[in-house]
Design a protein around this ligand. Structure first.
Ligand SMILES: C[S@@+](CC[C@H](N)C(=O)[O-])C[C@H]1O[C@@H](n2cnc3c(N)ncnc32)[C@H](O)[C@@H]1O
Length: 206
């Protein structure tokens, strides 16, 4: 990341600090239920950890990945729940190996921040890494998002997104389109898919 980009993300973390965990994550954790405490999750593009803290609070082990050292510095400076088992990794999620035994892959507002080929390769790895019954939670971006055309980002039509999820049962697939403002105060048209998906027992190896 460039210094400018890093400064942008630092301002983002500061602005959104203390925000609650994402609804996609909460839905996935609720679906797993308390019996899944002790299981392993990875959070790709975790930022300063608004979701990571909640996963830890529910007793899961967490691998937290972000390309920005500042994100993980802030995460580790947070008060972590007692007994937390957290492995922070500074890396691009396109490159990071997915840990053996991962049951939940969470990526809130982060996975679209890589180029289409990388996105597809990463999704293939996520699909392969998850066991039957494992879940993906996060957001992908649609083609009417006003960031379309930015390099190094991925936008998917509804049909493309559903196609990529074809070996999953959809527990949430909500399409949101709205005019709004980014955390940095810029006007933006959002086109977002909010996803919670559970890998099917009969999912064929890809
Ligand atoms: C919009 S923030 C979302 C942070 C957090 N998941 C949340 O929901 O608040 C996106 C995060 O993804 C990270 N990020 C962007 N591209 C990345 C990449 N290719 N690999 C790893 N992290 C990346 C950024 O550093 C940033 O912390």
């Amino acid at each position: 990341m460039t210094d400018d980009r890093s400064a942008d993300w630092a301002a983002y973390y500061e602005k959104l600090r203390d925000r609650p965990p994402r609804r996609t994550l909460l839905t996935a954790l609720d679906r797993f239920g308390p019996a899944s405490a002790g299981s392993l999750a990875i959070d790709l593009g975790c930022g300063d950890g608004r979701d990571v803290i909640e996963i830890l609070r529910r007793g899961w082990r967490v691998v937290a990945v972000d390309a920005e050292p500042e994100a993980l510095k802030r995460l580790q400076a947070r008060p972590l729940p007692a007994g937390s088992d957290l492995t922070p990794i500074v890396a691009r999620f396109e490159d990071v190996p997915l840990p053996l035994g991962v049951t939940l892959v969470n990526s809130s507002f982060a996975m679209p921040l890589c180029a289409p080929d990388d996105f597809r390769r990463l999704w293939q790895r996520i699909r392969d890494a998850l066991p039957a019954g494992g879940r993906f939670a996060g957001q992908w971006y649609g083609p009417r998002d006003s960031w379309v055309g930015r390099s190094g980002m991925t936008f998917l039509s509804r049909d493309e997104a559903l196609g990529l999820l074809d070996s999953f049962d959809l527990e949430m697939f909500e399409e949101e389109e709205a005019d709004g403002v980014t955390p940095r105060g810029n006007a933006k048209h959002w086109h977002i898919f909010h996803i919670v998906a559970r890998k099917r027992e009969d999912a064929a190896p890809q």
